[in-house]
Write a protein that binds this ligand. Structure first.
Ligand code: SAM
Length: 272
């Protein structure tokens, strides 16, 4: 399978914004470098006009080039650039080629490949930080849009009993299972959306780091998936979208509890 990779040269501030813009037109893997970042998308999903239109607004201070790459090359590139990330004093995310660091209570080892969820993106960081504040012991957890499976693995490290994960991309599901094995935990992983998960079980904790529109559309199903008193952790949307997300959550019977912010991204906690 081939991928379209856009190499964007810009400053750090713009990189955050542009990654979000490209995320909205389907790009789902981002690799930062000294001059900006690279973003990739499966070739079949790439729409050149849509991308040109999205980037036209940012002509000043941004240059970019587009190339086609094979999946394998992208993975090699990723590995050579991947640094460990400290999420909190307790938690570090690293690759298997980095040494373990005993100063952390929790470590998650990730081989990211093409999937989103390396710990480098603000939304992943915020979800993990929210998870660290929630009691997972003995609970059933669903991770919707699992990417690398990083949040699902975290749930297991925090003592969850059963963790089910799903993603619409089959390569993410494969990668989540690979990462589960790297961290010596068991996950059940399904290709598909929350509608597949509905058939499996009910959950005391539901995690969904996807995007604003998907969250708004799927919110009624999230509510049905969560046991009474259970928690819903959401991310993938900006600070200015917190009111509309909260309004939708309230309309299906979920109560806002708290939220964290980083680089204009949010992760919010709701209760059923
Ligand atoms: C922002 S990434 C989050 C990855 C990981 N959970 C994390 O927190 O870093 C969103 C993931 O959701 C997947 N996705 C997009 N729409 C989805 C949907 N409706 N249902 C399930 N997964 C979806 C994408 O393929 C992508 O892997």
């Amino acid at each position: 399978m081939n991928y379209i990779v856009i190499n964007v040269e810009c400053n750090e501030e713009l990189a955050e914004v542009l990654q979000a813009v490209l995320g909205n037109v389907g790009f789902d893997a981002f690799l930062e470098n000294d001059n900006g970042f690279e973003a990739s998308i499966e070739k079949a999903l790439y729409n050149e006009d849509e991308v040109k239109e999205a980037l036209a607004f940012f002509e000043e201070g941004v240059t970019y080039s587009v190339e086609e790459q094979e999946k394998q090359n992208w993975n090699k590139l990723w590995e050579s650039h991947y640094d460990p990330v400290e999420i909190s004093e307790e938690l570090q995310i690293r690759a298997s080629f980095h040494p373990a660091d005993p100063k952390y209570k929790y470590e998650i080892v990730i081989t990211p490949k093409m999937s989103f969820g390396t710990g480098h993106h603000a939304t992943t960081t915020l979800m993990l930080r929210n998870q660290l504040t929630i009691d997972h012991k003995g609970k059933n957890v669903a991770d919707l849009g699992c990417g690398t499976g990083i949040l699902a693995v975290m749930s297991k490290l925090l003592g969850a009993e059963q963790v089910d994960a799903c993603d619409i991309e089959d390569w993410s599901c494969e990668n989540a299972l690979e990462n589960a094995a790297l961290n010596n935990v068991d996950l059940r992983v399904t290709v598909g959306t929350v509608h597949e998960m509905e058939k499996l079980d009910e959950y005391e904790i539901v995690l969904a780091n996807i995007n604003r529109n998907v969250l708004l559309e799927e919110m009624p199903t999230y509510q049905k998936l969560i046991t009474k008193g259970g928690k819903l952790l959401l991310s993938g949307f900006y600070t200015e979208d917190l009111p509309i997300i909260t309004e939708k959550a309230n309309s299906v019977g979920l109560t806002y509890l708290s939220h964290l912010e980083k680089d204009n991204w949010v992760s919010a906690v709701f209760e059923n």
